[in-house]
Structure formats: C-alpha cells, structure tokens
Write a protein that binds this ligand. Sequence first.
Ligand code: FES
Length: 132
Amino acid sequence: MYSEKVMEHFSNPRNVGEIEDADGVGTVGNPVCGDLMTIYIKVKDNIIEDIKFKTFGCGAAIATSSMVTEMAMGKTIEEALKITRTNVADELEGLPPVKMHCSNLAADALHAAIDDYKKRKGGEGEEKKAED
Ligand code: FES
C-alpha cells in the first residue's frame, strides 16, 4: 500500500524536533482527522538554513513532514514557497488516495512557517523605517 520511500521516511524521519529561536513557525491542523503539524524554519540571507518539524499524526503525515523538510532545506524562500502538496506526494512516489489528505499538512505547514517569517521580517522593516 505504501511506497518504499514513504516507509523509509516513516521509519527514519529527518529533521524531527523544534528550533527554539526559529525565524518562522507554522502550525496547521488537518480538518479531516484533527492531526497537527508544526514546522520551524531558520532563515539566513533568504535561505532556509535549518528546518524541523513536530507532527502529531499518522505515519503518512510523518513521512510527508520528513520529506518536506528535506525538500525545503537549503532553498530560498521563493523556491520553498513553490513546494506544493502534490510535489511532496510525488517525491514520496505517491500515497494511497485515502491518505492524500495527510500529505496536505506538510506543504501547508511549510507555507504557514514562511508566512510567519515574512510577517516577522515585515514588522522589523517597518520598525526600522519608523526609526529613520
Ligand atoms: Fe491524520 Fe494522516 S490520518 S494526518
């Protein structure tokens, strides 16, 4: 039912954990099952230099979180924003149709973390402007 890649990421997930001084944090809940995922990013010179995740969800959600962190690591913010729900599932060589909703969480949480990063950065910029 699951591809080898899904099983491999589920058994050996990459980038699990939390970044204490993250530059962006995104948490999303899955409306279908109520599972939760949080992604933390650390950004330097517009590049995602570190990314970690915490997922309270099923095996497919854990495998997709792990995959999305690998896909986003080292990418620019713009490139990372182009990672879609479908890309993540494709990279994992597909997911059973009943599990596709699980893969949505990973891309959504990544996008939420980037939005949070942009908001924080935008706020800083305005403060600087106000000081000038
Ligand atoms: Fe909830 Fe998969 S069953 S994320």
